[in-house]
Write a protein that binds this ligand. Structure first.
Ligand SMILES: Cc1ncc(COP(=O)(O)O)c(C=O)c1O
Length: 461
């Protein structure tokens, strides 16, 4: 351990006892952790009282910021009434019933039943098991493979990590598992051929998908999973016409469509669902994060009546639906989630998002004026920029220089917490309650660091 920390300090204890997710333990031991002590609105504070705008809402999730008293009240009330009960063996409780009803009422048309889990990963693993269960129920057990897209992020549990098509999630774990197949990512900026139009790029993505389906055999493919906007893979907004071309291909081959709305759900793209923004018609939808404004862990899988009926028939045949978690539909997170959804309506959060999103997107686009920024993109209150080694090219900086991580640190020093992305970019995804003034503070702070970022990138080999 580095001797720069007093052995009795919280930093030293963290290094000694705490194994962190998505962290390099060697670097952590040398540099120490960043300890966040409190939050207020869109700001969080370190031990010295320095404030940071949480430009990623934590992990794309704290939609109401870090001090919403109504959510604390909802949790406290539920804790006092019934702090735990389960939903196995036909038991249930009011928070789970009321939240399921609310979600179905808010859901895109055609999603009629809800199953609760505790995280986005669990929701996606559950969705995959549901696909397998359903396909077996209707006499197609060989429809077992699931297609996801390169750069997609669907979580870290075994099945979800297999569908997540990012090296750093799979390397060292012997993943992906066999059932997962990956098709092209809709990343026009980086993956388009020189001179290729958006329309031609979309056509090529579709051709590659058709080729994969033909190679594997449509009768072996149960479902396709996609985020409406790719988050962790690079804040990637697909080109126009992409989902319009994709959905008929799935229909033609009798492949279920899973919309992974873990980031996009509950307003992020300017509508309640990414599926609303892009006119998606999923058979299954997974959501988490902003469902409870991340104040307590809860996620959900919404399924169509057809999938629910197939699963019910199979469960009846087998005696029960043999899947569920101790904390499925836990009453306290369910009560907080219900209050979160009520607050969205009471305060017309969607209208607020729509009113501030143009400023947010304008300020993202303005970052293109810096030499190191090759692409800037976004929708609603999500977006990102991607760094390039040379101005006006698509040449990426040498990955060994870890530009994204260095920029993350520089912006942190400037008072904004964001997340470095695998493509040497950074993502922006602030709490949905962010005001116009706070958007300006966030980007003013970012721009104060950008000349130094340009210098850094210019001087790399
Ligand atoms: C689109 C998407 N799906 C699934 C997940 C996994 O969620 P969790 O980390 O709650 O397991 C994430 C996490 O960031 C995500 O962004």
């Amino acid at each position: 351990m580095s001797d720069q920390f007093n052995p009795n300090s919280q930093e030293a204890k963290d290094i000694a006892y705490h194994f962190h997710p998505y962290t390099n333990p060697t670097a952590l031991a040398k540099e120490g952790p960043m300890i966040i002590h409190k939050g207020k609105g869109v700001f969080v504070y370190d031990g010295d009282g320095k404030d940071y705008i949480e430009g990623l809402a934590g992990l794309w999730c704290a939609s109401f910021g870090f001090s919403e008293a109504e959510l604390v009240k909802a949790a406290t009330k539920q804790m006092q009434e019934l702090p735990y009960y389960h939903s196995f063996s036909a038991k249930t409780h009011n928070p789970a019933i009321n939240l399921a009803e609310k979600l179905v009422k808010l859901a895109p048309d055609g999603l009629d039943k809800v199953f609760f889990c505790n995280s986005g990963s669990e929701a996606n693993d559950t969705a995959i098991k549901m696909v397998w269960y359903y396909q077996a129920a209707i006499g197609k057990p060989e429809k077992h493979k699931i297609i996801s897209r390169k750069r997609g992020y669907h979580g870290v549990t075994l099945a979800a990590a297999s569908l997540t098509a990012l090296d750093y999630v799979q390397k060292g774990f012997g993943l992906p598992l066999e059932f997962a197949k990956h098709t092209s990512s809709p990343h026009y900026f980086l993956d388009a051929k020189d001179g290729e139009s958006e329309a031609d790029f979309v056509a090529r993505c579709m051709q590659e998908l058709e080729e994969l389906i033909a190679e594997e055999g449509a009768d072996t493919i149960g479902a396709f999973i996609a985020e409406p906007v790719m988050g962790a893979g690079g804040a990637i907004v697909h080109p126009k016409g992409y989902f319009e071309a994709l959905q008929p291909i799935l229909k033609k081959h009798d492949i279920l469509f899973i919309a992974d709305e873990v980031i996009c759900g509950f307003g992020r793209t300017g509508n309640m669902w990414g599926s609303d923004t892009y006119n998606l018609k999923p058979d299954i939808l997974t959501c988490a994060k902003a469902l409870s404004s991340a104040y307590l862990p809860i996620s959900a899988v919404l399924v169509s009546q057809a999938v629910a009926d197939g699963m019910s028939a199979q469960a009846d045949k087998l005696g029960q639906f043999g899947h569920g978690y101790t904390y499925t539909g836990h009453p306290v997170p369910a009560a907080v989630a219900l209050r979160t959804l009520e607050l969205m309506e009471e305060r017309d959060v969607l209208k607020h998002i729509q009113s501030v999103a143009p400023l947010f997107q304008t300020r993202i686009q303005a970052l293109k004026k810096y030499d190191s920024v090759g692409d800037a993109r976004g929708v609603g209150l999500i977006g990102g920029i991607e760094f390039v080694a040379k101005p006006n090219t698509r040449i990426k900086p040498n990955p060994a220089h870890k530009v994204g991580l260095k920029v993350m640190k520089m912006l942190q020093d400037a008072g904004v917490i964001i997340r470095a992305l695998p493509l040497d970019g950074i993502a922006f995804c602030p709490p949905l309650i962010i005001s116009s003034d706070e958007i300006n503070i966030m980007f003013d702070r970012i721009e104060s660091a950008m000349p130094a970022v340009d210098e850094l990138v210019k001087n790399l080999d």
